[in-house]
Design a protein around this ligand. Structure first.
Ligand code: NAG
Ligand code: NAG
Ligand code: NAG
Ligand code: NAG
Ligand code: NAG
Ligand code: NAG
Ligand code: NAG
Length: 475
């Protein structure tokens, strides 16, 4: 099973970003599908690894790969000018100059980040949320100064240049909409000045418009992706130049990983920004980006969670969860805790007189078990409620974990320890708990979706994750 049902709320009603406005589109109900797609796995890497700074030069790899393909060890870019109606020498040298400028800028950025890596101080790291505050701030500044994204203009509106802006897949539509917005300073109209190339298709809309309900047939999604890559790779030189390594797609839909199999290079080489960041299903944290899932009821965060709760709010309960019986993690959770403890309150169906945000605000810990896929919108909601997220997942790479130290604002409990969950949470000392809350308060801004986007918010953190992969820097 890969598709949630109960979590989606509004059954057949989906919401689109149409330009700046969010409009309502009413389309057919998506069927609940029970197909398993198994993908050759990549080795499990813990999302919390030791902070190190190492540099691998993506350009070198891409140029080497292109050189092999072209039997031409000279500049990758110079060999790809045949597309141009004007491939005179002067144009060629202009492009080479642009490419040199890009390489030089990236080299300067890497050097500045390396230099800043050691100099973080306590005031730069509230709640200890950053792995390497000096490196992060420098990298963010370098991104603001230099990073340019080319957004392919090809493809028809609805499935391309558009995506859901409400409900569970909202982070997909909101990113696409923000990226295409005229005021987005990161977008360049000159593909020769770009560091990365965005393919702005929406897998969620592919599912709405191309998938035949109950057909269990994902081929139309893969075909769309395959056709899209074929189009841009024959029309422009950029894909072939890097074998897709400097291209990215973004989707929050459960089926995005399988749709991305429509093109081998997209799957294996490009940056895939995915909510479904399951390392056992081919998610590769070296090149792919984990996208936060956020549930926007009617396109907004619940009014109760819009501003940070008062620090002295009373939290009489130890823990809270309510949600459908989706997937094996929740089954384990329910087997042990559903309805069985008045302090660690676990529900399958939230009682009618309760609402989710209020219960989060009344609890010290909020359980965030994986459902049919690894990500859960409850993680971001728990952050907003300053209810310490308890991550119950396997093979999940947490969003922004190359810069954020998740241990500073969440608790991770091994699935095999679910029977001891209460004991584990009760044993968290008060001072540790207060530190976690401080971390939560500090990390919130990185998980906020603003329109227009604000510095350091979710949109910019997603871009920063892509920027880091373009630099091939790991903290
Ligand atoms: C290439 O473009 C330049 C400037 O746009 C123009 O002056 C030149 O004549 C063009 N060359 C060819 C071969 O079309
Ligand atoms: C810590 O870093 C901040 C921000 O860069 C800076 O303003 C402050 O002076 C630094 N404090 C110390 C003690 O170095
Ligand atoms: C890129 O490579 C593909 C497959 O080799 C080829 O069909 C296509 O024409 C190339 N694109 C360009 C712009 O040369
Ligand atoms: C991409 O990965 C798939 C496994 O999903 C593999 O079968 C295929 O050979 C790889 N393709 C390339 C071009 O590396
Ligand atoms: C919390 O603090 C505010 C202002 O500091 C105060 O007005 C309020 O009564 C406090 N609430 C509790 C439950 O202590
Ligand atoms: C992650 O992928 C593995 C391998 O396919 C699968 O067994 C597991 O259920 C997935 N996790 C979730 C939460 O879907
Ligand atoms: C989780 O539990 C399993 C089984 O007991 C164990 O093999 C694994 O090392 C544990 N993982 C962590 C991160 O503690």
């Amino acid at each position: 099973m890969m598709k949630r049902s109960g979590d989606d709320g509004n059954g057949g009603v989906v919401y689109a970003c149409l330009g700046v406005l969010c409009c309502v589109l009413v389309v057919s109900v998506i069927a609940v599908v029970s197909v398993r797609f198994s993908v050759s796995g990549s080795p499990f890497r813990s999302s919390v690894s030791a902070p190190t700074v190492s540099i691998v030069e993506l350009e070198k790899k891409a140029i080497a790969a292109t050189a092999v393909a072209n039997r031409n060890p000279s500049r990758a870019i110079a060999s790809d000018l045949s597309f141009s109606p004007n491939s005179s020498f002067s144009r060629k040298s202009t492009l080479v100059r642009k490419d040199d400028k890009i390489q030089e800028g990236l080299a300067r950025a890497r050097a500045a980040i390396r230099k800043a890596a050691g100099v973080g101080n306590l005031s730069m790291n509230p709640g200890g949320i950053y792995r390497n505050p000096g490196a992060f701030y420098q990298s963010y500044k370098e991104m603001e100064r230099r990073f340019k994204v080319y957004v392919y203009e090809d493809g028809d509106f609805i499935i391309v240049h558009n995506g859901p802006c409400k409900n569970i897949y909202a982070s997909e539509g909101r990113f696409i909409s923000e990226m295409e917005h005229v005021n987005n300073n990161f977008r360049t109209r000159d593909p020769h000045s770009a560091h990365v190339y965005f393919m702005p298709f929406s897998v969620t809309w592919m599912v709405k418009f191309l998938y035949v309900p109950l057909s269990y047939d994902i081929e139309p999604l893969k075909e769309f992706v395959s056709d899209y890559v074929r189009l841009i790779s024959t029309k422009y030189p950029f894909w072939n130049r890097s074998h897709g390594a400097d291209h990215f797609m973004l989707s929050c839909h459960d089926w995005a990983p399988v749709a991305s199999k429509g093109n081998d290079l997209l799957y294996n080489t490009s940056v895939r920004v995915l909510c479904n960041a399951n390392t056992s299903e081919g998610f590769n944290p070296q090149k792919d980006v984990s996208l936060p899932e956020i549930y926007l009821y009617n396109g907004v965060v619940s009014p109760k969670l819009q501003s940070p709760p008062p620090a002295n709010i009373s939290r009489p309960y130890l823990g809270f969860f309510a949600g459908g019986l989706h997937g094996h993690v929740r089954k384990t959770l329910f087997d042990h805790w559903k309805g069985s403890d008045s302090d660690l309150r676990v529900y399958e169906y939230l009682p009618k007189d309760m609402d989710y945000p209020s219960e989060m605000l009344r609890s010290k810990f909020c359980l965030c078990p994986s459902g049919y896929e690894v990500a859960s919108p409850r993680v971001v909601e728990a952050m907003y409620a300053e209810c310490v997220p308890v991550m119950l997942s396997d093979h999940y790479v947490f969003p922004f974990s190359d810069v954020l130290n998740w241990e500073a604002f969440s608790v991770q409990v091994n699935i095999s320890d679910i029977p001891r969950l209460k004991e584990i949470l009760v044993a968290v000392p008060e001072d540790k708990y207060m530190k976690l809350k401080e971390g939560l308060r500090a990390v919130r801004k990185h998980f906020e979706l603003n329109r227009p986007a604000l510095r350091f918010d979710m949109f910019h953190m997603i871009l920063h994750s892509i920027w880091l992969r373009r630099l091939n820097l790991r903290f």
